[in-house]
Design a protein around this ligand. Structure first.
Ligand code: SAM
Length: 263
């Protein structure tokens, strides 16, 4: 992988990068969900739903433990909860993002009271949120069945350390899943999408959030992020087998999945 971590902050000062990422998400937390769904025309919700469906075999293992890392406001955590027959732990190091996730959890649980047919609501009782750094996870070696990240991996101060930490905490046979923005491969819509992503999205995001940094950072961080094949290679090099990806909307986003090889 050429780019080895978030471009926010100096490459040789990972602590500074982590602090800058943390404070950027703290500032946008109250408007994060609204802007996410608006700027992606709600496609982000569909991508997370598909990711959860693709991973249902792991989630449905009895007493499975899934960790949704860099969980933010918890949308992927809740999508997993629909299928889980165990526990889904959402972990993030940004307290204000976790406060939103906790509020949503309480809401989903009270909405589901008396209505067992709502998978998200009743499943939400199987979720927990914890404050934790993805590069120093509070999980024992080989304790997880699934470790995922949706739009979080790109923000890590070190991609290699992130992959190593996931490898340490997964059981052999456990699954890694990374949902991230990627390289759009459609020749006609590609340039239009890039125009939107680099010029329209930063303006709208800044206007609505009142913060100029985060929505300029987003296209910059994607520009330097490894493409689909480079990320698949890096995952393989960190001890994962059966690594494959699926593109969403021609590669605007991609879901990479792999399995921790038995040693
Ligand atoms: C773009 S948000 C994604 C949130 C959520 N997964 C989603 O799908 O909307 C990125 C999240 O990663 C978190 N994050 C970045 N680096 C982290 C780290 N080292 N440890 C824990 N959380 C981290 C940020 O705090 C932020 O909440």
């Amino acid at each position: 992988m050429e780019q080895t971590g978030s471009p926010l902050g100096p490459a040789d000062q990972p602590q500074d990068t982590a602090r800058a990422v943390q404070s950027m998400f703290a500032r946008v937390a109250p408007r994060y969900d609204f802007l996410n769904h608006l700027l992606s025309a709600r496609f982000d919700l569909w991508w997370r739903r598909v990711a959860a469906r693709d991973l249902r075999e792991v989630l449905q293992r009895p007493d499975s433990i899934a960790a949704d890392l860099c969980c933010g406001t918890g949308d992927l955590t809740f999508a997993f909860a629909r299928y889980s027959r165990g526990l889904v732990v959402g972990a993030d190091f940004c307290h204000p993002m976790l406060l939103v996730a906790e509020r949503k959890r309480s809401c989903l649980i009270s909405m589901a009271r008396g209505d067992a047919s709502d998978g998200r609501g009743s499943g939400s009782r199987r979720t927990r949120f914890i404050e934790a750094d993805t590069l120093r996870l509070p999980f024992r070696d080989q304790s997880l069945d699934l470790a995922s990240m949706a739009f979080g991996f790109r923000n890590l101060a070190s991609y290699e350390d992130g992959l190593r930490e996931i490898h340490r905490t997964l059981r052999p046979g456990g699954a890694i899943a990374i949902l991230e923005f990627s390289r759009m491969q459609w020749t006609v819509l590609g340039p239009l999408f890039r125009l939107y992503f680099h010029h329209v999205l930063p303006v709208v995001g800044t206007l609505i959030s009142g913060e100029s940094g985060p929505y300029k950072y987003l296209p910059n961080s994607v520009k330097n992020f490894p493409d689909q094949d480079a990320l698949a290679r890096a995952i393989r090099e960190h001890g994962f087998a059966n690594v494959r990806y699926r593109n969403f909307l021609g590669g605007m986003a991609a879901l990479h999945v792999g399995v921790k090889a038995s040693s």
